[in-house]
Design a protein around this ligand. Sequence first.
Ligand code: PLP
Length: 436
Amino acid sequence: MTTDKKIMLSESDIPTHYYNIAPDLPTPMEPPLHPGTKKPIGPEDLAPIFPMELIKQEVSQEPMIEIPDEVRDIYRLYRPSPLYRARHFEEMLDTPAKIYYKSEHVSPVGSHKLNTALMQAWANKQEGVKRLATETGAGQWGSALACACQLMGLECMVYMVRISYDQKPYRRVMMKTYGADIVPSPSKLTKAGRAILEKDPDSPGSLGIAISEAIEDAVGRDDTKYSLGSVLNHVLLHQTVIGQEAKKQMEIAGDYPDILIGCHGGGSNFGGIALPFLRDKIKGKKDLRVIAAEPGACPTLTKGPREYDFGDTAGTTPLMMMHTLGHGFVPPPVHAGGLRYHGSAPLVSHLLNEGLIEAEAYFQGEVFESAVKFAQSEGTIPAPETAHAVHSVVRHAERAKEEGTSPVILFNFSGHGHFDLSAYDAYFSGTMDPNA
Ligand SMILES: *Cc1c(COP(=O)(O)O)cnc(C)c1O
């Protein structure tokens, strides 16, 4: 039991293994299918784009997967991340709920994404890969992979959605600082990009298009593989360092969450904090509500059916069983760019189907109102994505007050909003559509 504001662990508490929930699942997940044959894919189908180590992790039934020393060593730059008791936020909300948050914004790139970028870069390097190709929307994933590649000695090629490339120059400069090559997508470098540009030379691009370009780049070169920042099992696996640390920290705090909340784009930061706690729920050791908060403008989990769909626009990826709005769905340009993906992680979709988790959708007006409250009480400005989790916390804290209960709420603070101040500007000046 501690009354500390922030609960710190020492470097020796950095997890030694990633937690794999697959063997603990009540029922197994549906396999990904080959886009042509519609049969379950094998490792050889993924080998052109991913290194074998990550393909193995994707389907592994091992409960714990060791974290390589070199990755753990670099994790020491920012891990273990602090866990805070949000007393000032509680006071501002005048709630009887106890609120805690796990601070993933302390990574050098400002979000949780570096946790998986480092492991992915390492696995590729082991197998002789020299260069990674990827896509980025708002730029968070691109800057995480660019940083990881630089620290691991790999080259990095980023296809950045055109509209973000033009509107978010600072993320672009950040990637450049880490030595990455960046092109606006659609680009002339790939067939997929050229096909779009022929039809629409002024295409603003989309995440789905950029994924198609990055995969084509990786398949076309021997020295290059592809890297994805969310959605896949191995990405969620790497993010479980968050939840494992948080469990230890909550123990030191002398509390266990009644309600656990994460924002949801592709599902990786949510899975990262939730999976180690869900193990307790599956084993019947603890009863807690686990909630994914998504944007009303891209309501994958709350409105999308769970069915087989492609991960990209061009329909080149394996078909995955997931909640999806359809691979042709282009979400409205809301400010939480990292939450604008048509699908959700097959693992998160499976957990929702099993009744182990819940989902909520919120609109950006209410989300930014809560984000400002958080910044004004706890000091840190949330990323627009993270602000969805913050708003869900506010709603549950208000309900606790109405109902006279005092639940322990833990949420994942996935990133800071220092590169998204134009979104806050739009909120303050009234040019933001509050209902998008
Ligand atoms: C990318 C991002 C997200 C959304 O991605 P997930 O895979 O759902 O975690 C959320 N928050 C921040 C800060 C991000 O950078």
